[in-house]
Write a protein that binds this ligand. Structure first.
Ligand SMILES: NC(=O)c1ccc[n+]([C@@H]2O[C@H](COP(=O)([O-])OP(=O)(O)OC[C@H]3O[C@@H](n4cnc5c(N)ncnc54)[C@H](OP(=O)(O)O)[C@@H]3O)[C@@H](O)[C@H]2O)c1
Length: 215
């Protein structure tokens, strides 16, 4: 697959490297061409100017600080429709550092903000919960990557990219579930910074049998 990555930071570089290892062609771009070249050199991806990152990509990853979402989508031409029809993976966390409170309006997810600035793109909320280091050296027990989105084909494609990272995709529903997924990240971040192991704060509940509709 051809994957375009908007953003040149830690997560962008880790996922570029992991998808390159899995055999995908990855292009990467950010507001600094120099940092794009560094991220490309570190990951085996190819650096490109922002307007070209998404043009021939089968999927796009938006991996910037949440406050930069509108700027980078603008620079990539997304408001004019450059990403229309493409899966757009949103792993961003609009979370108050160290506290975990979401910075978006009540009821709104940063994923909705992403969708607003990329008309026609098929936004999939995914990959926001695990640290980038996991994708460099996946655990022996594959992580379950909860995701949501409105387009079935985009969810299928992103699910296959999650499998290529060593994860197991789990679709929770449409993009209206994005706020819930983002709150989970805030919950985990809040507990971790308060000195608690987030995993110990979640009950070990056995998976329900397939087809069961009761919790
Ligand atoms: N790192 C993780 O483990 C992890 C895990 C899950 C989710 N996430 C999420 O993934 C996103 C990226 O995280 P990160 O750790 O990779 O951050 P990072 O290393 O600090 O990189 C941030 C990226 O955002 C760009 N950026 C910031 N403001 C911008 C703006 N106004 N316009 C354009 N680009 C801008 C930066 O560009 P410059 O270099 O030019 O400043 C850089 O490419 C965040 O939303 C984070 O919540 C991170």
């Amino acid at each position: 697959m051809r994957i375009g990555i908007l953003g040149t930071g830690t997560l962008a570089t880790a996922l570029a490297a992991a998808w390159t290892r899995a055999g995908h062609q990855v292009t990467i771009g950010g507001r600094s061409p120099e940092r794009a070249e560094l991220a490309a050199a570190a990951s085996g991806a190819r650096a490109r100017p922002l307007p070209q990152v998404g043009t021939d990509a089968d999927a796009i990853l938006l991996s910037v600080h949440w406050a930069g979402v509108a700027d980078i989508l603008e620079a990539a031409g997304a408001p004019a429709g450059s990403l229309a029809g493409k899966p757009l993976i949103d792993p961003t966390n609009a979370v108050e550092h160290g506290i975990g409170v979401l910075r978006t309006q009540p009821g709104r997810a940063i994923a909705h903000h992403v969708a607003d600035h990329a008309p026609g793109a098929h936004v999939v909320k995914a990959l926001h919960l695990f640290p980038s280091s996991l994708w460099a050296a996946p655990d022996s027990s594959p992580p379950t990557v909860a995701m949501c989105g409105d387009d079935p084909q985009a969810l299928e494609l992103v699910g296959s990219l999650v499998r290529d990272l060593g994860g197991v995709p789990a679709v929770l529903g449409g993009l209206d579930r994005a706020r819930q997924l983002e709150e989970v990240a805030g919950f985990v971040i809040g507990l971790a910074f308060a000195g608690h192991d987030p995993q110990s704060a979640i009950p070990a509940v056995p998976a329900a049998a397939a087809g069961s509709t009761r919790p």
